[in-house]
Design a protein around this ligand. Sequence first.
Ligand code: CP
Length: 303
Amino acid sequence: MDNRSLISISDLSKDEIMAMLKRAAEFEKNPNCNILEGKVVASLFFEPSTRTRLSFETAVNRLGGRVIGFSDARTSSQAKGETLKDTIMMVSNYADLIVMRHYLEGAARYASELSHVPVINAGDGANQHPTQTMLDLYSIYKTQGTLDNLTITMVGDLKYGRTVHSLLEAMRFWNPKFNFVACEELKMPAKYKKFCDELGITYRESVDFSQEIINETDILYMTRVQRERFTDLMEYERTKSLYTLHNAMLADSKPNLRVLHPLPRVTEISQDVDDNPKAYYFQQAKNGLFARQAIICRALGID
Ligand code: CP
């Protein structure tokens, strides 16, 4: 694997993460320059996306590079039976960098082992979403002024939610305390709880989305129950609307609390939360542009 690929958030050291957050802040001040002139970035989306794809493509455009690729794999030769291996072998001949989202866990790692150029994982099944985590960390740092000693409450689909899996792993450097709020069917998988146990990270699990939990929280990380991950649609129907954040539930929350969500949302955040100053999910998505500019520069070795 090219060591500039970004497949899992665990590929990054604390120093590398901090350097990228600093660079993201610089891009936020000045997002337009020509440091990618002459570079071609392939954007390969085998799964639907709005934010990740458009913010990556905007990032390349604002840095003076060019984008090739597809947003719907049915328009690629996958529809004629081409394997992922052959697609990657071809595209890595054309582009300087590949940004790829795929529905299979491990697909990004596999692609990075075949590719002649770095690969950035833009989400692989229920596994990891490291670039989302970089913008989440940037959002947390901006709103809290620190990443240290925060209470982070994750709510919703903790089983299939790749964003919470990546964020949990990233926070290992900063002594977090986690609340995992989910129903039995969508609990945080055992491997992530083992990860916390081994590192001495405190967590508690709760089926109730209680006022007590909200009121002790610094970062309230809501997630969507993802229909596309279920093999049993009855289970999806049973679990899809169990947790909804309403504005009144934030009345006694800490002043520094911010509500994050990777988006898209369906029913898990009521629209009456949108005007609350503690709602941060739209700014969070905007931060994705700057975080991804920093990620692209790292991948291409541009200082
Ligand atoms: N957060 C996120 O990955 O959003 P998209 O699916 O729209 O890219």
